[in-house]
Design a protein around this ligand. Structure first.
Ligand code: FMN
Length: 321
């Protein structure tokens, strides 16, 4: 089985990926948060920094592109190829309103004719692998049965399926019936993505679908960076390892951005997921959220680590409502 780290805008940038690799080193492929090509054809400084080879040493990284313009996709792929990448990933999953209203991400799924033409163009590039990360439709899961006919026309390196519609956002459960059909209908290799928050979730998935050869995990790993060790070796994460991992991410952010504010913002976003794996976490979550400077922040985090425990086998309990 192969395991991938999901792209998460604002979270799984190069600092997170490198820190994760250093402390856990059990991911087969890391997907970058999306790059949006612009007409000037230059990557933004932030995007360039995230994919530059010196910031991604020793890791198997796949840059992700979000666009519905085939020329932009091709131009960006060529740039990435020059940097040494041999695979790029197309984002057909992002559910955010601003993205969808421009018919990008999962919004592109509702424009099947245009999507087909777009894919026809980009798959003319024969010397770079293209994988696709997709939801199963924009408004209805039934759309998937038309989409898969289109996907099957192209040699997609891997079809990563998050079996929700755009309308679902992160609510409802992943649609495993449609995923099951996807496995039998797809002529391309399929990877599963969605709601693997505990080793139990993982085991249930592979029992239901033993033919699945690749799983992508996002929020589950962000909440519990020890999740892959639980899945692979049934071992729980040491609190000290998590603290060292946390410190690495914090201080690398301070170093790279040369200021505390941005680093604190990033760390607070991480805690929005990680806090769930600690016992009796409410009061600490509040303190971390409220911290306005590095000293208060570190104090809040340190007291959490000293006074509470990581709950064995814990995972993210995500609830939209
Ligand atoms: C904060 C956040 C940012 C995300 N950014 C991206 C992104 O840049 N590209 C993408 O394809 N998916 C993105 N996703 C979706 C995840 O990659 C993944 O498909 C989704 O979270 C479901 O998987 P999970 O249940 O394992 O987290 C994002 C999700 C979240 C919560």
């Amino acid at each position: 089985m192969k395991y991938y780290l999901a792209p998460m805008e604002g979270i799984t940038g190069f600092i997170y990926r490198n820190s994760y690799g250093k402390f856990f080193n059990n991911i087969d492929k890391y997907f970058t948060p999306f790059i949006i090509p612009n007409k000037s054809e230059n990557l933004k400084t932030r995007e360039l920094r995230d994919i530059s080879p010196e910031n991604n040493k020793g890791m198997n990284v796949v840059p992700q592109i979000l666009t519905n313009d085939s020329e932009d996709f091709i131009a960006t792929s060529r740039k990435l190829q020059q940097l040494g990448y041999n695979e790029v990933n197309l984002n057909l999953g992002c559910p955010s309103g601003t993205v969808v209203s421009k018919n990008r991400g999962s919004g592109f799924l509702a424009k099947r004719e245009e999507l087909d033409i777009f894919l026809d163009e980009i798959f003319k590039m024969e010397d770079i692998k293209i994988s696709i990360k997709t939801r199963i439709g924009k408004d209805s899961p039934d759309e998937f049965y038309e989409l898969i006919k289109i996907y099957n026309k192209y040699p997609i390196d891997e079809l990563i399926i998050h079996p929700r519609t755009q309308k679902d956002f992160y609510g409802n459960n992943p649609n495993l019936e449609v995923f099951k059909d996807a496995l039998s209908l797809s002529s391309n290799p399929v990877c599963y993505n969605g709601d693997i928050f505990t080793a139990g979730d993982h085991n249930k998935l592979i029992e239901a679908f033993p033919e699945v050869k690749a799983v992508m995990l996002g929020r589950g790993i962000i909440a519990n960076p020890g999740l892959m060790n639980l899945i692979k070796n049934n071992t729980n994460m040491d609190k000290k390892v998590l603290k060292d991992f946390h410190d690495e991410i914090l201080y690398k952010h301070i170093e790279v951005f040369n200021e505390d504010r941005n680093a604190l913002m990033r760390m607070k976003e991480l805690w929005g997921y990680m806090i769930y794996i600690f016992s009796d976490n409410k009061k600490y979550a509040k303190k971390i959220k409220k911290a306005q400077n590095l000293r208060d922040y570190n104090e809040a985090v340190l007291s959490l680590f000293m006074e509470q425990e990581i709950i064995e086998g814990a995972g993210l309990f995500y609830n939209e409502n």
